[in-house]
Design a protein around this ligand. Structure first.
Ligand SMILES: *Cc1c(COP(=O)(O)O)cnc(C)c1O
Length: 429
């Protein structure tokens, strides 16, 4: 069934579910009772195996205590390496370009230590206006930190990409022309690849090439892109990327995060870096010597020995991504989100507009619906009707069919509930 051939009526949703090659993955997740869960952009559902995997580590801790570092079923000392192949596959990277560690904002800072190297002439950071707040705080604090030391004006260091007057999303040509115009003063381009608020996906390739032509470092915050879009980070050539694993990747609240450093940088001994013992050569780590010797992979950015329970949860989720494959997931996602858009466009009301771009290549799973109503109150009504989505100030409801566990029937039921909420308003018109 191709896009553009959607039909109204629940029978169509059931037909699509019956034909869905990924339908079995729904059964691999634990759903809250009696809800239509469309909030995977915020917190993914719990994979069924997470409990077992964490229980195994608890058991091994009990049985082996310190010897678990080598004797556990999945020995703890190299445990993070279990995540490396699947993480690399997920984002189209080489295994030595990825590492799972810390949390997202921490990793953004650690990577900026290496990749934001401002000078008095080239010191600016290009981000989206209205970027996720933590990204704004992180880049501002980095600019202040360096500005104080190097004598540039940090207040002028953050350059923001804004949609044109009256528009909700950025135009690709405006992003590229800004990079061309301001490039010589930009040290770092740090963009999302799916905007958390509008759902707009950017052309990462064009941005990376334009940035590199101007001599800028290019990094991506993939919080809303990893596990959502098909990515090819290595071929793309971006310098670095970081993402969290609790949204589309379903590793649980506050889950351990992952990041990418392009291979041309991983062995660079001259790159400034904040270091810790888990980034040190594994062969000599336990000689406990005083001089740091970097692992020649992205692991050299690791500081501490990692939290095993978190890695266990992530492992359960990554097995599902491996089994489903990002390419099949993306295929389903385009159909599923297109179906949501189709049903909303059939709605009885003009009281809402979808601000997410219509072209599937410019978006991931989620649609941002701008409502001409009290969005917060609407979300409460949706919740009463069993729908879990989310609301962002001032009037945006984000609805996310996640292809790993959502069905066409979920989308159908949501659309019915949502459009019905507007009916009384219509009848008053
Ligand atoms: C969700 C999200 C974050 C969250 O940061 P944490 O450090 O994981 O709390 C950061 N940036 C973006 C763009 C996000 O969407």
């Amino acid at each position: 069934m191709s896009v553009g051939r959607y039909q109204q009526g629940e029978a169509f949703a059931r037909t699509m579910d019956d034909a869905d090659p990924l339908a079995r993955f729904r059964g691999e997740f634990l759903f809250p009772k009696d809800v239509i869960y469309l909030c995977g952009n915020s917190l993914g559902l719990q994979p069924r195996k997470v409990g077992q995997y964490i229980a195994e580590e608890l058991e091994d801790w009990r049985n082996f205590a310190v010897e678990g570092h080598v004797k556990a079923r999945h020995p703890w000392t190299p445990y993070h390496e279990n995540l490396t192949p699947s993480t690399a596959r997920l984002v189209g990277a080489l295994p030595h370009e990825v590492v799972t560690m810390n949390s997202l904002t921490v990793n953004l800072h650690l990577l900026m230590v290496s990749f934001y190297r401002p000078t008095r002439e080239r010191y600016r950071i290009l981000i989206e206006a209205g970027a996720f707040p933590t990204d704004q705080y992180a880049v501002t604090s980095q600019a202040r930190f360096h500005g104080n030391l190097q004598g540039f004006n940090a207040d002028d260091a953050i350059l923001e990409l804004k949609p044109r007057e009256g528009e909700d999303t950025l135009r690709a040509e405006d992003i590229l022309s800004t990079i061309e115009r301001e490039g010589k003063s930009i040290a770092l381009i740090l963009l999302g690849n799916v905007n958390y608020l509008t759902g707009q996906a950017f052309d990462m390739k064009a941005i990376t090439e334009a940035g590199h032509r101007q001599g800028c470092v290019v990094g991506f915050d993939l919080a809303h892109g990893a596990g959502n879009l098909e990515l090819a980070l290595h071929d793309l050539g971006a310098d670095f990327a970081a993402w969290c694993n609790y949204k589309y990747i379903n590793a649980g609240p506050g889950a351990i995060a992952s990041c990418f450093v392009h291979e041309r940088h991983v062995r660079d001994q001259n790159l400034p870096k904040f270091t810790g013992w888990w980034g040190h050569n594994k062969a000599t780590r336990f000689k406990m010597g005083p001089v740091f010797e970097a692992i020649p992979t992205a692991e050299s950015w690791q500081l501490s020995n990692p939290p095993i329970f978190q890695l266990a949860a992530l492992r359960a989720s990554m097995e599902l991504f491996d089994a489903a494959g990002m390419s099949a997931l993306r295929k389903k996602s385009v159909l599923l989100t297109g179906y949501l858009e189709f049903l909303l466009s059939q709605g009885p009301s003009h009281d809402f507009t979808i601000i997410t771009p219509k072209d599937p290549s410019e978006r991931g799973c989620h649609l941002s619906i701008k409502v001409n109503a009290d969005g917060k109150a609407l979300l409460v009504k949706l919740r009463e009707a069993g729908v879990v989505g989310d609301f962002r100030e001032p009037n945006i409801i984000r609805i996310t069919p996640a292809p790993l566990y959502n069905s066409f029937t979920d989308v159908f039921r949501f659309a019915q509930i949502f459009t019905n909420l507007f009916r009384p308003v219509d009848s008053r018109l």
